[in-house]
Design a protein around this ligand. Structure first.
Ligand code: 5GP
Length: 254
């Protein structure tokens, strides 16, 4: 399939480079550019739970496009270049730093499980945490010293990732507030381009964030993210679509 990109340049999918749980990466003729294809597949609990969410790939591709564009407009360097079709994003090729950078504004998920903090506890300042992106080891929580010992990033890179995560959190929190959605927590991935520059990579979507609808305080009803799938809350596709609708309403206001 041929995709038109940047008006006059054309990119075409070539060999499959990598298939992850939610996306497939394809090479293009340009080694600096890859195509990220968004699937409907959903996994949770380190892929022990598997399923499909109708049109998730289409919705997440759109959500991620808007959020990456919003961040880029505020000076965050991202891998995003173009979204030429419903499920495909043209992005800069990067070497992914094998860290999951998690920002938490309210306690939820593994933080509650591991610390006993009650669900919804406000975290001031927000937590920035690093997890090792390694399914075989179950994505363990890392410390700064462990990151250094494992040679995953140097001091300056850890500082830069922490600074970027904080900036992205501030920008996303402000935007989601306008959507009447509380940004509870989210996961980011970063990569290094051929010049060694850190770029925000991967996606930001209801798969990678916890998002609570401010219209209700009901603990199940308010969930607009992958926790609906993880916890079998039903109406998963509808919740993802609601997030996209609220984002589009804000984008169209401009
Ligand atoms: P927790 O550590 O509480 O499980 O996750 C914190 C936040 O990061 C949640 O918004 C969760 O969706 C996201 N997150 C953490 N690890 C992963 C992961 O491996 N994949 C995805 N899609 N999101 C993750």
């Amino acid at each position: 399939m041929k995709l038109f990109f940047g008006g006059d340049r054309m990119v075409e999918r070539q060999a499959k480079l990598y298939e992850g749980k939610a996306k497939i990466l394809y090479a293009t003729a340009d080694p600096n550019i890859v195509i990220s294809y968004f699937k409907d597949d959903a996994t949770a609990f380190n892929a022990q739970k598997r399923g499909q969410i109708a049109d998730k790939g289409v919705v997440n591709c759109k959500v991620a496009t808007h959020l990456l564009q919003l961040l880029a407009a505020q000076g965050v360097k991202t891998h995003w270049l173009e979204t030429p079709s419903d499920r495909e994003m043209v992005v800069r090729a990067v070497n992914i730093i094998p860290l999951e950078v998690v920002v938490r504004n309210l306690a939820a998920g593994s933080l509650c499980k591991q610390t006993g903090l009650p669900l919804g506890t406000v975290l001031t300042p927000p937590l920035v945490e690093f997890y090792y992106k390694n399914d075989d080891l179950g994505d363990p929580l890392l410390t700064r010293d462990r990151i250094r010992a494992m040679n995953l990033a140097d001091e300056a890179q850890i500082d830069e990732l922490t600074r970027l995560a904080g900036k992205i959190n501030t920008l996303l929190q402000t935007f989601f507030q306008r959507c009447q959605i509380t940004l509870v927590d989210f996961k980011l991935e970063f990569g290094l381009d051929s010049a060694g520059q850190i770029l925000l990579a991967d996606e930001i979507s209801p798969d990678t964030c916890r998002l609570w609808d401010q219209a209700t305080s009901d603990q199940a009803e308010r969930v607009l993210d992958k926790d609906r799938f993880r916890q079998d809350l039903g109406n998963v596709a509808e919740a993802y679509q609601e997030v996209l609708n609220r984002i589009l309403a804000q984008v169209n206001l401009k």
